[in-house]
Design a protein. Structure first.
Length: 198
C-alpha cells in the first residue's frame, strides 16, 4: 500500500493494482450457451505447459496461451470480438466503485485463540497446567452424543476467497496499466485478483 493526495489535498491510503490488458478468448450468448458472458484471459504461458484442449481453445480465439482465465457473466463488451484486448481505462473511470475478489493470505494451522478469538482459560493458576489456549468443551453428553457441524475449532486460517466491496478508484495510470483503489485488497503481493464494477 501507499498513499496519494486527492484534489482536495487529503492524503488517501491506496493499493496499487497492475491490470494487465485482458484478451477476450470466448463470448457466450444466451442463444447458444444459455447465458451471456465473456471470458477474459491474461499473462502469457508457454505452449509446452498448456494442455492440448486449452491450446485449441486459445487458437480458436487467435491468441497465445494464457495462465489466467476468468469468466464474467452478464457482461458483453460492445464493439469487441474474440482476440481483442480490453484495457482498464476502457471499463473503469476515476471515482467509480469496484469490488476486488482474491484469495486471502494463508496463515497455516492455527488454534482457536488465534483463529476465532477465544479467550482461553482466564485463570492460569489453580491447577491449570497447559490448558490456557485449549478450546474447552465441544459437545454434549449422551444426547445427542455427537458434535454439531460448524463448531469453532482449530484449523487452517486464511487462504480463502475474499471479496472487498465498494473500493473507490482514486486514480488510473493508463501508461503503466495501474489502478489505485482506496483501501486494502485480499492476498499478498503478486496475487492475481478479479475486479468487478460495483
Amino acid at each position: 500500500m501507499t498513499s496519494v493526495f486527492d484534489k482536495d489535498g487529503s492524503n488517501v491510503p491506496v493499493t496499487v493494482i497492475e491490470v494487465e490488458p485482458n484478451v477476450i478468448t470466448q463470448i457466450k450468448k444466451e442463444e447458444t450457451d444459455g447465458y451471456n458472458a465473456v471470458q477474459l484471459s491474461a499473462y502469457d504461458k508457454k505452449e509446452k505447459n498448456t494442455t492440448k484442449s486449452l491450446q485449441g481453445h486459445f487458437e480458436k480465439a487467435g491468441v497465445k496461451p494464457k495462465k489466467v482465465v476468468r469468466e464474467f457473466r452478464d457482461f458483453i463488451p460492445e464493439g469487441l470480438d474474440m482476440g481483442d484486448e480490453v484495457h482498464v481505462q476502457d471499463l473503469i473511470n476515476e471515482g467509480d466503485f469496484v469490488d476486488v475478489v482474491g484469495k486471502s493470505k494463508g496463515k497455516g494451522f492455527t488454534g482457536v485463540v488465534k483463529r476465532h478469538g477465544f479467550s482461553g482459560v482466564g485463570e492460569s493458576t489453580h491447577g491449570q497446567h497447559n490448558r490456557q489456549r485449549a478450546p474447552g468443551s465441544i459437545g454434549q453428553a449422551s444426547d445427542p452424543s455427537r458434535v454439531f457441524k460448524g463448531v469453532k475449532m482449530a484449523g487452517q486460517k486464511g487462504n480463502t476467497r475474499v471479496k472487498m466491496k465498494d473500493l473507490r478508484v482514486v486514480q488510473i495510470i493508463p501508461d503503466s496499466n495501474l489502478l489505485l483503489v482506496k483501501g486494502s485488497i485480499p492476498g499478498p503481493k503478486g496475487r492475481v485478483v478479479e475486479i468487478h464494477k460495483s
